[in-house]
Design a protein around this ligand. Sequence first.
Ligand code: ADP
Length: 417
Amino acid sequence: MLTVLVVGILLLSLCSAALFLWRCKRALDKIAQTAKLISGGALGERVSIRTEKEAGEIARSFNAMAESLETTIRRLENEKREADAVLGAMAEQVFAVDFSGKILFLNPAAEKIFGVSNSTAVGRNFLEIVRHAKISQLIQATLTEGLERKESISLNLGSERFFDARASILREQENRRGVLVVLHDVTEIRKLEQVRRDFVANVSHELRTPLTSIQGFAETLLSGALSDSKHQREFVETIHKQSVQLSGLVNDLLDLSALESGQKTEFVSVPLSDLLKEVCSLLSPLAKSRGIEMSAIGFDDSLSLHGNRDQLKQVFLNLLENAIKFNRPNGSVHIRLVPDASTITIAIQDSGTGIPQKDIPRIFERFYRVDKARSRELGGTGLGLAIVKHIVEKHYGSIRVESKENQGATFFLTFPH
Ligand code: ADP
């Protein structure tokens, strides 16, 4: 009897132990299965705790670990997306090379200048990808020295372009992993600096010419010519003419600097025919003195431009004055207004010297003159057309010229209306 009891108890214990082990195994199988799903990318998978009482603690810990893993992975994914977006949007070329010289990544701007995609470049030696000796030398030197380097380099990318290149050490925790290179294109800045330098040189030169003349004639007068009644008047007239030239230059420079300062000017409706009539009457003494006949076609009181009256007046004064100045004696100047649905074109045609074909593209540059001596003689500063173009563009308009040498010139101004 006792034996039967012992055997019964033993069997019962064995059964409950087997049941316990079976449940634990089932729970562990579930955990293993879930771990597999998570590692396969299903970050949201969890073990159901309710059913597995015995392995509840393990399942809870597993789920907590999966939760924190999911949060970390999601954060890292977001950070990577943000970093990719920043690198992708950067105008600068950015790329990295590891210490064995293998490309780690290129951003789209770098892909463009090296003519290779990130996926093709990654893992290849930078010497195969970066075919610009200056950049290769910079990377090599940084890899060898292990110190940040900055250099100004120029690359031939169809046209010559200038870059500020910076190579810095790429770190992974405390270890050096490679070199990060950033190229910043400074070609436009360089060009602007050159334009500024040329401008200062031109201004100094333009100021020096009349000043030297004024000084020379004043000294001649002081050193005795004051009593020379024959030349006195001639010298003073020259001084006067040069000082007029000087003040014209200073006024043009002030106008140009006001236009470039980006100051907002108030735009109003400007009756066009009215404005042109006023400019023509201001210039009629000059036209008369050279026997130039001025005529107009298409003047219509209903036509108006949206803009700044003073600036538009300056445009027409400059263009019409040039049309008279660079004309032949007894020549003509025609003004034509041609409106269409959305624009008004004003054509100013003269019968003068015209502009040689090769000079036309440069005519709106500051201080550019086809014939320097003639322009000075006529009191020009070489800034008139530069000012005109600036104003026209401020009014959302455009200007172009058609001309043949000795066959006159026609300036076409088109404005929206
Ligand atoms: P300028 O003070 O010399 O008139 P502008 O900037 O007004 O300077 O003009 C630049 C140059 O363009 C002039 O020096 C002249 O050579 C040429 N030019 C301008 N308008 C005419 C024109 N209507 N006919 C011939 N040449 C012109």
